[in-house]
Design a protein around this ligand. Structure first.
Ligand code: C2O
Length: 552
């Protein structure tokens, strides 16, 4: 039923509880929302208000994050554990309420505590408000494609094993498409996702990488994609036969069913360029089938996926995308810069406890840092509560704009200077003035291993001005900044052994987490937090918390 007002209130109930399902020849108990994997798809229009009643009937502490949602004047609904809220304890509930303002496209939601997001996640689709159109031909059908990762163990055991060994959790046993591993895995023939298409029609695939620790290549045999959006930001149309997508990112593509009537595999596997001897990864392939009307599903054609370490293909995809300048929801990139930050991101070590055996390099535990600060979440109170209610001793406003001088991130012969390898554990935040413009160089370090870290910022989209390999060189590389139609993202995969430059205007007051979206790197400390101060008007000030905010 339609009403005179275009903005609506959309309401959901999320029951978080245990669910036993069969995968890979065995029954496994997982934590899931409303007994489904992936969980329910949220569908809203820009301008709507969303209300989600979360009741935690699971044995674990839970929070839910709405990945990529700006949360303008609704910071208390953002969800990262101990950053904006304390967890919803078993038997308790919390209602997340927020308006979707100035954004449209594909996002997703996920648990933001421990490794629960492995099975607690779902798509979040924002359509243009009534009377507004997509900046591309209207597709005949829209289909969420949620790529995931599956473990044959209780996810808490997987996480704990990481804690014990000091080298991180065991690698996954399968990748999945919409919760299904596909027919290359044992006992999974009947769990192969099928997309029925009609010849001549166009499909909008809303692809989400909900995997925990792997970037993915995604292809459909004999078909091209036209990328039209990334991270809920419209792009110039970009034609490609392969999509590369990092954990946290989304990619919207148009798929035209323009091939002979038949059946074609869609398939995904890891893009994991670091040496597998140092960073192990799941080297298996998930696949589903695109079936044309009138075709049988027998003997589909298989696409040739890039090799796991095909960095040129990944870089070509990531760096060729440009924002749809002037399109719907486009905001020009700010030209003036107030805060210049140079931030190293990478792995380090933590001293192995005396009574433990650690399997990391030099028999230590792995750790990680930004600007040599290894982020430790507070335990007594969330950072947002401490900030809002002025409680001292929870965090330090001392996150630096550059790495400490003694931190020589270019020294790859680390055994010469072991002191470089042990970043101190801190709860450092960076304070930002309302409306200041921040430019940040994200520089991967190679002290322990080179990786391509998917860095995610809460509360904002940022512009990606440039990226490259090796060490960033300001006078050389700033000449190549794209300030006209840069891609806008909330998650950037910093090129392996390289750098990326991002920019955003801090016009959204609040406490915003920034972290690597490889779940394995988060407890190691590859994170920091921005506190953006209130603006001058009531509409630019933080609201008080809702009455049902979980107690710490
Ligand atoms: Cu999708 Cu802080 O995360």
């Amino acid at each position: 039923s339609s009403t005179f007002a275009s903005a609506a209130v959309v309401e959901h109930s999320f029951q978080v509880k245990n669910l036993t399902i069969g995968r890979l020849c065995r029954q496994q108990t997982i934590t899931a929302v409303n007994e489904s994997l992936p969980g329910p798809t949220i569908r809203v229009q820009e301008g709507d208000t969303l209300i989600v009643h979360v009741s935690n009937e699971s044995p674990y502490n839970v929070t839910i994050h709405w990945h990529g949602i700006f949360q303008i004047r609704s910071i208390w609904a953002d969800g990262p554990n101990m950053i904006t809220q304390c967890p919803i304890r078993p038997g308790n509930s919390y209602t997340y309420k927020f308006r979707i303002i100035n954004q449209e496209g594909t996002l997703w939601w996920h648990a933001h505590i421990s490794m629960l997001r492995a099975t607690v996640h779902g798509a979040f689709i924002i359509r243009p408000k009534s009377g507004h159109k997509y900046p591309f031909p209207k597709p005949d059908k829209e289909v969420p494609i949620v790529l995931g990762e599956w473990w044959n163990d209780d996810i808490m055991d997987v996480a704990n094993r990481g804690e014990i060994t000091g080298v991180g959790p065991r690698i996954s046993d399968a990748f999945t498409i919409n919760g299904m591993p596909g027919d290359l895995y044992p006992c999974s023939e009947n769990q192969t996702y099928k997309l029925k298409v009609e010849k001549g029609k166009t499909y909008l695939l809303r692809i989400i990488n909900a995997a925990l620790n792997n970037q993915l290549f995604f292809k459909i045999a004999n078909h091209n994609f036209t990328v039209v959006a990334v991270d809920a930001g419209y792009t110039d149309p970009y034609v490609t036969d392969v999509v590369v997508i990092a954990p946290g990112q989304t990619t919207d593509v148009l798929l035209k069913a323009d091939q002979p009537v038949g059946s074609y595999y869609m398939a995904a596997r890891a893009y994991a360029a670091p040496p597998p001897t140092i960073v192990a990864f799941d080297n298996t392939t998930t696949r589903g089938i695109v079936v044309y009307d009138g075709a049988s599903t027998a003997n589909p054609i298989m696409p040739a996926l890039p090799a796991y370490n095909d960095t040129p293909t990944a870089y070509t995809f990531y760096s060729n995308i440009t924002g749809l300048s002037g399109g719907p929801q486009w905001v020009p990139c700010p030209r003036r810069v107030d805060e210049r930050m140079f931030v190293t991101v990478g792995l380090g070590l933590e001293q192995c406890p005396a009574n433990a055996t650690c399997q990391g390099p030099f028999s230590q535990r792995l750790s990680a840092s930004m600007n040599n600060h290894s982020f430790q979440a507070p335990t007594s109170l969330s950072i947002l509560q401490a900030y809002f209610f002025n409680v001292g001793g929870v965090y330090e406003p001392n996150f630096p704009n550059q790495p400490p001088v003694e931190f020589d991130y270019t020294n790859t012969n680390v055994s010469n200077d072991m002191s470089l390898l042990f970043p101190p554990k801190t709860t450092s935040v960076k304070m930002l003035k309302f409306n200041s413009t921040v430019e940040m160089v994200l520089q991967n370090t190679a002290l322990i291993a080179v990786e391509s870290h998917p860095m995610h910022l809460h509360g904002y989209d940022f512009y990606v001005l440039a990226q490259g390999f090796g060490n960033y060189n300001a006078s050389r590389d700033s000449k190549n900044f794209n300030l006209v139609n840069p891609q806008r993202r909330n998650t950037i995969a910093v090129p392996i052994g390289g750098w990326a430059v991002i920019r955003f205007r801090a016009n959204n007051p609040g406490v915003w987490f920034m972290h690597c979206h490889f779940d394995v790197h988060l407890p190691w400390g590859l994170a920091t937090t921005f506190i953006v101060e209130n603006g001058p008007t009531p509409s630019t000030m933080l609201p008080p918390p809702p009455a049902d905010l979980p107690r710490c």
